[in-house]
Design a protein around this ligand. Structure first.
Ligand SMILES: [Fe+2]
Length: 195
């Protein structure tokens, strides 16, 4: 797949969320980051090739794009609510870019056909995500979210934007997982599946 086609695909898949980024330069660099990750790993179809991990022992494809979108939308909703109710300015561009890129490195963890040194399970997606994002001039506030959005971030200080994406990540997993295993919102699910 040509670089241009990959870029087009990323713009299509994340159209609504990209629109939430006001800064055109940042928006383009978010697209470039996903496109570079695709080129370095040889992945051409994010929907069918990018897995979202195991759900009850079953590998799931396709959900990674949906998860990325839902994390971004949930995070933006929380950020807007905080701005309205608490009068604390939250940088919506940072939240949207952080949501869109928080798991961009997962493509490296799952790539089997590439001999790029960041591919495979030895390097966590936080590191590979940081690498591609830095290569595409993503600002440090967003790099911080990529680095510390998950449990690993508990041992580090987080910005409010990063904390928002961390919570949105957990909520998105909870909601998607319930749907995938046929549970409702009022069902209780073991914590182990939500980590
Ligand atoms: Fe995630």
């Amino acid at each position: 797949m040509s670089e241009g086609r990959s870029e087009e695909l990323v713009r299509e898949l994340f159209a609504d969320e990209l629109r939430a980024i006001a800064d055109a330069g940042l928006r383009n660099n978010v697209v470039k980051t996903w496109t570079l990750a695709m080129r370095l790993t040889g992945v051409t179809d994010l929907v069918s090739e990018l897995q979202s991990g195991q759900i009850y022992g079953e590998q799931k494809s396709g959900l990674a794009v949906e998860h990325t979108r839902s994390v971004t939308q949930i995070a933006l909703g929380i950020a807007r609510a905080i701005a309205v109710t608490d009068s604390i300015p939250v940088d919506l561009d940072v939240v949207a870019a952080g949501g869109l890129l928080h798991d961009a490195g997962k493509i490296f963890e799952q790539a089997t056909e590439s001999d790029h040194p960041l591919t495979g399970p030895l390097i966590s997606h936080h590191f590979s995500g940081l690498y591609v994002a830095m290569e595409c001039s993503i600002p440090r506030e967003v790099l911080h979210i990529i680095a510390f959005h998950a449990r690993e971030g508990h041992h580090h200080r987080r910005s409010l934007e990063c904390h928002i994406v961390y919570r949105a990540d957990a909520l998105s997993v909870d909601a998607l997982l319930r749907r995938e295993v046929g549970k409702t919102a009022s069902d209780v699910i073991p914590y182990a599946y939500l980590r």
